[in-house]
Design a protein around this ligand. Sequence first.
Ligand SMILES: [Zn+2]
Length: 260
Amino acid sequence: MAECGLPERVVLHVRPSRRKGEHDRCGRCGRRSPGYDGGRRREWRSVDCGLTQMWLAADAPRVRCAEHGVTVARVPWARHGAGHTLVFDAQVAWLAVRTSKSTVRELLRIAWKTVGSVIDRVWADISAEIDLLDGVRKIGIDEVSYKKNHRYLTIVVDHDTGRVIWAAPGLGAATLSTFFDELGPERTAALTHVSADAAHWIASTVTQRAPQAILCADPFHIVAWAIFTRMAFGFHTPQALIALVMLNLGGPTLTLPGRT
Ligand SMILES: [Zn+2]
């Protein structure tokens, strides 16, 4: 029992509604699939009620998806493979963008590496719904270091909107080529200006992939980069840092659960 007499943890036992057709769907793709077995009981952390941690518990049956094989069935309250509810994930992402590292950790009572995992999956869902590469004409390319042992991200901004539109671990021609692969030939042909620092690999890749674009030796720098690298310390993957950058600078509007 907590000091104030309230329980430290409450577990709500739930199950997906059968009426809404939310059962027997593949956890990865959502396709209706034949049942495989009853799986095991699982728990998901949800948002606190005051000082009490709220958890959902449910049987997690498995289905046999035609594409993904035997997999845990989708539940409507959480992302596949996550140990937290959608509502909890949304709260973590909202706080991670607006407050400090210690605030998120202490208020929500979670490890920072968990915050990294949460924002990674939140950004994965958001980025699947939007296309930040559409309509770009003037872009800036930069490489930024995020660890003392020379780990880098390659970052691309849209100069017209000021948004970060793409980021990937690594630097060099091979990494930058994946950006142009994702941009595709039509949108690459529409680029008019590319700004970058003097890195040879940027100039050679741009000349090869977007020869019509005017290459400007005018690097941009993300002013708040030191803040991001400090916040990312403790994340286990570069994808979590990318998610942090994109949630802050990629332009999505994050809302708290229940608010619009
Ligand atoms: Zn599937």
